[in-house]
Each structure stands twice: as structure tokens, then as C-alpha cells.
Design a protein around this ligand. Sequence first.
Ligand code: ATP
Length: 236
Amino acid sequence: MTALLEITGLRGGYGAVEVLRGVDLQVHSGEIVALLGSNGAGKTTLNNVVSGIYPAWAGQIRFDGQDLTGAHYRDVVKAGLIQVPEGRKIFPNLSVLENLELGSFTRARERRGQNLERVMDTFPRLRERATQLAGTLSGGEQQMLAIGRGMMAEPRLLILDEPSLGLSPLLVEEMFSLIGKLNGEGLAILLVEQNVGQSLEVARRAYVLENGAVRFSGSSAELLASDDLRRAYLGV
Ligand code: ATP
């Protein structure tokens, strides 16, 4: 089976500092893949290079049969590879509705109305708060808005960067069940998380990034079952 996202030998960094040192990673249609690794391992950098925000220095990014290496981030979005960035990055001075509408600026604009309905059905809280300024939402609501905005672009693959960061334990539960639900509807997800236990529960496969390189890739069950792997790579 050809992968939906196929990253090979990816290198990248900032200035003269190489952060990604030849990353190989695949996500297939319909799967959730966890991308784990400690602070500074390069997870966000990987997302940003894949999303076209920073250039790839070497290697290849193929998505749905298309070569996206070096593509402008707008073309990455057009292809359906949608990132929900770490820290949410919503527009605080725009309303919830305006933030959602911006999600369909580049892709799926002609189906904006129906996708808005779908997102509001998924997140009734956003419907209630449609006219509220996004910056005044709670942290959990802002995270829902960021995901909802991503959904507005009809993603073929959604990259979620630390969606549970800063959420209360109850909301973390809610977030993971939402991730499971979206995946149950057929959406492929690359889940970047510090929350190892819950990520490995929803993901079937996982990669552990260490110092810009993949140190482990395999099934979540394998990673969870091995004390050595857990200790070596996850510190749990
Ligand atoms: P975290 O879980 O803490 O978000 P991460 O795995 O996502 O970590 P990155 O944010 O990709 O890690 O950072 C990898 C390395 O790149 C770190 O050493 C970081 O300091 C560095 N780095 C990240 N962004 C920049 C930047 N804009 N300019 C220079 N160096 C950067």
C-alpha cells in the first residue's frame, strides 16, 4: 500500500543548525500515527518543514502521490495536508465564526457553509460562542476552535501539534476521544504529543524522535509492552 504521507531522509533546521537529521516517516490513509519525543527533539520543526513553513534541506515529502518537497505552504494546504499548530495560533481579535471561515480560505471555500455546520455540530460550544472574540475563549475552547478551523479545509491528513497541551485532565480526555472520533470518520491524523500514554492508546503506530532522528518506529502495542523501549525512549 502506498502511504498517504511519505517522508524520506528529511533534513532541515534553522540558520546553520541542523535539527532534522534524515527523518523517515509514513502515514497511511485512515490511520492515527503518534509522533513522540522529548522537548527539543524536533517534532514541531518536522511539522513546519512538512507544512512548507520552513524549507527542507534534503530529502523528500510525498503526499497523496504528489511531491510536496519545497512546496509553498499554500499548496500544501491545497493538497489537503492541514496542520493545527502548537499553541493554537488562532486570531484573538476575530470572532469564532471569522476564525472558522478563515480555515476555508485556501481550500474547500465553495463548501464553507456546509463545513461550518459540520464543525459546529462537532463542537456545539463553538456554535454557542460564534460571535465571541476568539481571544476570550477558554484554553480548551481555543483548542477546539483551532481543530475546527483545520476541519474547515477538509483535511486529508490532519497534523495535530500538542493538542492536549495546557488542558485540564477532563478536557484532555475529551480531546483524545474527539481525536478517536475524527479518525473513526476516516480522517488520517499525525498526532504530535507529550502525553505518551493516551497517544499510544488512540494511535496504532508510533515514531519516537530523538535529536532530530527517528529512534523507534513500530506499533504502539510494541512500544507500550516493552519496559526497555518505554524507559529508553519515553522516560516512563
Ligand atoms: P517541544 O516538544 O518542546 O515543542 P519539539 O520536539 O517540537 O519540542 P522543536 O520545536 O522542533 O522541538 O525544536 C527543535 C530544536 O530546534 C530545538 O533545539 C529548538 O531550540 C530549535 N528551534 C526551534 N525553532 C527554532 C527557530 N525558529 N530558530 C532557531 N532554532 C529553533
